[in-house]
Design a binder for this molecule. Sequence first.
Ligand SMILES: *[C@@H]1O[C@H](CO)[C@@H](O)[C@H](O)[C@H]1NC(C)=O
Ligand SMILES: *[C@@H]1O[C@H](CO)[C@@H](O)[C@H](O)[C@H]1NC(C)=O
Ligand SMILES: *[C@@H]1O[C@H](CO)[C@@H](O)[C@H](O)[C@H]1NC(C)=O
Length: 352
Amino acid sequence: MSIGFLSGSSLTAAVPLLLLVLVYKANARGCDFFTGTWVVDGSFPLYNASACPFIEREFSCQKNGRPDSLYTKYRWKPLFCNLQRFNGVDFLERFRGKSIMFVGDSLSRNQWQSLTCILHSSLPKAEYNLTRQGDVSIFAFPDYEVKVMLDRSVYLVDVALERIGRVLKLDSIEGSKLWNGIDMLIFNTWHWWNRRGPTQPWDYIQVGKEIKKDMDRMLAFEKALTTWAKWVDSNVDPAKTMVFFQGISPSHYNGTLWDEPSAKSCAGQKQPVAGSTYPGGLPPPVEVLKGVLSKMTKPVTLLDVTLLSLLRKDGHPSNYGLGGSTGLDCSHWCLPGVPDTWNEILYNLIIR
Ligand SMILES: *[C@@H]1O[C@H](CO)[C@@H](O)[C@H](O)[C@H]1NC(C)=O
Ligand SMILES: *[C@@H]1O[C@H](CO)[C@@H](O)[C@H](O)[C@H]1NC(C)=O
Ligand SMILES: *[C@@H]1O[C@H](CO)[C@@H](O)[C@H](O)[C@H]1NC(C)=O
């Protein structure tokens, strides 16, 4: 929502109404956390990267030599309310004896890592145990019997090795065996759907009984999401399990989209886009995702991080990620950074 269109005499007339709307929104439990603006706040970041010993090099931009640090100082300010600061102790108390699992690609790993850093830094003396079993990474706080896990599953649906080769099966979701009985699930998939060439991890794509060499990728994405949605609708018990979808995390490889045509990527970006709107609009998969979610019968909360992350062209590792100075990563996010806000919103959704 934008209030920028009000001007002149219409402004005078609209002020009482606007105030009423503001007061209403501020009191509503349903404050929209996803429309807002980034403001500099000296009390950020939520943790110091050097206080997060297990942080992966990929996200550790400061350790990789990124010279500017203003990007760690931004707080997300929803238009009509304030986010409560993430309280790690409170979070662990709420989840005592419970398990949390992120499921998805490396953007899930980005958010999982952010959450483990936030929690560890709020309880630096609490024991933790970081282990791995196959595709699942497990970060445990034994004192609280809390497990924060990550299941790497880039498509959510299956890729199976068969006689003809590797088959991406849009109707098959055997990987879901790992998701039963978890208390909070946070899913995500998108970034791998457009992969082609040597890094595409499948040779064929299967829909129903039909096996093809390729198909429209957005349609494939939608079919896989529908398979996932059917799994949630028929397997999740909402009394036990909270389900979130992490939303579409955007990349920044085209400055035209933020009104800076000379920028070919996020490299050198030191500040967010000002205001509450992104000139380039939302990426197309957002609408597909929302469409699938709207047809579900079980409650799934969309962590609608796309717009707030679109504004953060400054938040990516760029030349300070895994590839170092010869790499260019405008897809993942530095930590501390933007995924901390995704987790802060997740926390606010849980406590309200
Ligand atoms: C982070 O920790 C390091 C080492 O303990 C310290 O030198 C640095 O000042 C800290 N940075 C912030 C922003 O607190
Ligand atoms: C750490 O976790 C692993 C697997 O979850 C478990 O086998 C091991 O006993 C744990 N270690 C400690 C010190 O708690
Ligand atoms: C960048 O975005 C603009 C606007 O959508 C588009 O016209 C242009 O082709 C894009 N450039 C590249 C290199 O993709």
